[in-house]
Design a protein around this ligand. Sequence first.
Ligand code: SAH
Length: 257
Amino acid sequence: MQAPRLFVPGPLEAGVTVALSADQAHKLLHVLRCKAGQRVLVFNGCDGEFAACLEMTNKACAALLGARTRAQTSVPDLRLMFAPLKRQANDWLVEKATELGVAALQPVLTQRCVAERIRPDRLRLIAQASAEQCERLEIPAVQEALTLSQALHAWPRGVRLLFADEAGDCPHADWGGAAGRAPPLVGALQSLGPQPAWGLLIGPEGGFTPQERAELRALPFVVPISLGPRILRAETAAIAGLSLMQALCGDWGSPYG
Ligand code: SAH
């Protein structure tokens, strides 16, 4: 069995014993059926990764840190702004976006958003579990939800925000007709060239309203892009967009990175 990986906040150093959370202890004891002395890997998001030896007392677990196994590296500064979806779809989206290497997740409330409430603390735990599983060395930041206007206002002006826009500008045509369509994502990335950071904005299940689209398209840092000729579910659009961005400009090999 591959050594379980555990995120432990706080400083890590060889020779130190760190306490594990009740959830981690439960998983190690009852799901993975680990025994005292078992090898685990521990990371904290800034000090790299350490081999460690599991210690158990009653129901609590701790890890005695040994040698550092990996030095800290950073992920590309790729941020996902997404309108909250139904709970299961949100959970799935956060898990997959973490695997794909996003640095930060920003939930944004839009006019057609159906999700009642977003719980960043829950989503952070999902991101943590995903990071532990996919061998990342840090957990993506999960921000508190903002309205679309607040999020755009707070967006750093020098960072390009790729706006996944499936619609066009003809009010009575299916999909908004032929006018005003966004260019394909790959071409947009090619013409932008290397960027120190960038973001992807995905709308809610019902899409953006015409006013929101106009507001977005008027902003100088917003780059409207298309993800092909079909309407994708929001979570599919997010995964497709992030994959292309990582492949072309991120840490997958990056011809334009
Ligand atoms: N307009 C639709 C569907 C919205 S799909 C409706 O009225 O139901 C949800 C989100 O996924 C969109 O807001 C957009 O950000 C993204 N999306 C889906 N398909 C896309 C495509 N082909 N190109 C770009 N973005 C897309």
